[in-house]
Design a protein around this ligand. Structure first.
Ligand code: CLF
Ligand code: SF4
Length: 526
């Protein structure tokens, strides 16, 4: 079978999950690094799941806490243009694909411009709590620009958490600098722990003043990644591992990656789909290497459960992203616009606003707990039934977006025991300048085709009918309610309709992960 058609079966993945569980029983990981004996601290964890000092680091970091990502924003500054390796899914005309959606070009900044931009965003978006450096090349292949930026921010904006992302090659040499500026969150992209697999992903690295190729290059990269991860864990820095899922190359192998990074203390594992368009001009794009479907991605993520904790809410942002993870406000903060802004970095005002955000977040947590308690009754329907629902939201943890204004849908897996965020699906805007664009509907249906319902604040008659005809129930009865409560309430009603014989539960199909560029933006919907 070719690399493009081979894919690990769900049965094989389940065997792999068993292997992961065996290792986890004896292995280390974040539960053993925090020192309190508490053991579960994934992105969906809360204060009861982890030591207080770890919760303090993750509670308002939108990437490290799924709950936080509904309420808190991050921003990136594109100060790091150079890279020291080549990945087959990257074209260096664009931003680093390890933390960015392929095919995007960011506006490069000097460290001084970057600091000015961060202060401007912090004064306009008080819930912006994290500054990340994620390109457009590799942050640590540009150490002076990266650490100059971090040093100035450490001094001038002490309430903002600092975060960076790297391919790991230069990491062991930079751990002291990382700790010097209190950079508490570091992402390493690790796609393999076997250099033979790595040779299919990395054609070369630049190491020790020369270009190294093949298995030797992948071996050096692997050793540097593992060493860097161990050093960060030893220094108490929280680490997230990004892995790009490449069907036929590292799909099964990511279970082993998960196990190895867990052993070395990784806090989170973020398995992202390969985005591989020929128009991006990458090696994989040009050779026809496909990305995974939504259900293939979910199968690998599910198989890794029980190992290193999973992040499933990554949006593969751009190197100059600004805003909540699902939105992009970078256009509001270009250099010329910042020049005209009155920048007032007011710590007290930021804190007061964040206190309000925290109160809203606690209300969401309480609503979820109440809804779960109400859902746990014996209604005669299969107690293990799980379905996916899509949600249109513009933040605050609520079902508060019109179907036609959604550029993504959040996906929740709902059962009587939980409403769990399991991913998102990007779509083209349905509503274009006040009227519905019916040509977009088939692509939206394909993106959420594995869902039983879509929860929205409002929806027009035409998309309502087409969704229903495709077997996806449009639901606007929970407008402006908290998402988990809405999803659980809808699910209880769905079960009641099955119990009464009003409907028969049918399994859904697979869904597509959006590959190409977008034809609509959030601004266009406003
Ligand atoms: Fe940025 Fe990355 Fe820090 Fe987050 S992003 S450097 S950890 S602040 Fe987040 Fe964006 Fe996914 Fe990255 S959603 S691409 S995981
Ligand atoms: Fe591209 Fe990032 Fe890989 Fe460098 S590390 S080649 S910038 S994806």
């Amino acid at each position: 079978m070719s690399a493009n058609t081979t894919f690990v079966s769900i049965g094989d993945l389940k065997k792999g999950r068993q292997a992961v569980s065996e290792v986890v029983e004896t292995g280390g990981g974040c539960g053993t690094t925090g020192g309190s004996g508490k053991s579960s601290c994934g992105s969906s964890g809360g204060p009861d799941d982890m030591p207080a000092e770890i919760w303090d680091k993750v509670k308002n970091h939108p990437c490290y806490s799924e709950e936080a990502h509904h309420h808190y924003a991050r921003m990136h500054v594109a100060v790091a243009p150079a890279c020291n390796i080549q990945c087959n899914y990257c074209n260096r005309k664009y931003d680093c694909s390890n933390e960015s959606r392929p095919g995007v070009v960011s506006q490069k900044l000097t460290p001084e411009q970057a600091v000015k931009k961060v202060l401007a965003v912090a004064s306009e978006i008080p819930q912006m709590t994290v500054l990340g450096i994620a390109g457009p090349g590799d942050s640590l292949a540009n150490p002076k620009k990266t650490f100059d930026t971090m040093r100035m921010l450490h001094e001038q904006a002490p309430d903002i958490k600092l975060c960076l992302s790297t391919n790991g090659l230069a990491l062991p040499d930079q751990v002291d600098e990382i700790c010097k500026y209190n950079i508490d969150h570091v992402t390493i992209t690790i796609n393999m722990v076997d250099p033979e697999v790595g040779a299919k992903i990395y054609p070369w690295i630049f190491w020790d003043h020369r270009r190294v190729t093949g298995v030797e290059a992948a071996r050096i990269l692997h050793e540097r990644q593992m060493l860097g991860l161990e050093m960060l864990t030893a220094r108490g820095v929280l680490t997230k591992i990004n892995s790009v899922l490449i069907p036929g190359i590292n799909d099964e192998h990511l279970i082993e990656v998960n196990r190895e990074v867990k052993k070395r203390g990784a806090f989170l594992h973020n398995i992202m789909p390969l985005i591989s368009e020929a128009e991006h001009g990458t090696v994989f794009g040009l050779t026809g290497q496909r990305g995974p479907t939504a259900q293939e991605l979910k199968a690998v993520q599910d198989a890794c459960m029980g190992g290193a904790n999973l992040m499933r809410h990554c949006r593969q942002c751009r190197a100059d992203a600004v805003g909540l993870l699902g939105e992009d406000r970078s256009e509001e903060f270009t250099l010329d616009k910042i020049e005209e802004m009155e920048v007032v970095y007011d710590l007290d005002k930021r804190k007061a606003y964040q206190d309000q955000v925290e109160a809203e977040r606690q209300a969401q947590v309480a609503a979820k707990a109440d809804a779960l308690a109400a859902a746990a009754n014996d209604d005669g329907v299969d107690p293990d039934m799980k379905v996916l629902v899509a949600v249109a939201t513009e933040g605050h943890g609520k079902v508060n977006q019109h179907f036609g204004h959604a550029t993504e849908f959040q996906i929740f897996e709902v059962s009587q025991a939980q409403a769990l965020f399991v991913g998102h699906r990007r779509v083209d805007l349905y509503c274009q300048g006040g009227y519905g664009e019916d040509e977009q509907l088939p692509s939206i249906v394909k993106a959420i085709n594995d869902c039983h319902a879509v929860l929205v604040a409002k929806i027009g008659a035409c998309p309502r009918d087409e969704l229903a005809a495709a077997g996806i129930e449009p639901v606007d009865a929970y407008a402006h309610e908290f998402i988990e409560k809405a999803a659980l309430s809808w699910f209880s009603g769905y079960r009641q309709r099955i119990a009464s014989g009003e409907l028969v539960h049918q399994p859904r199909g697979d869904a597509q992960i959006r590959q190409g560029a977008f034809t609509g933006t959030a601004e266009a919907a406003a």
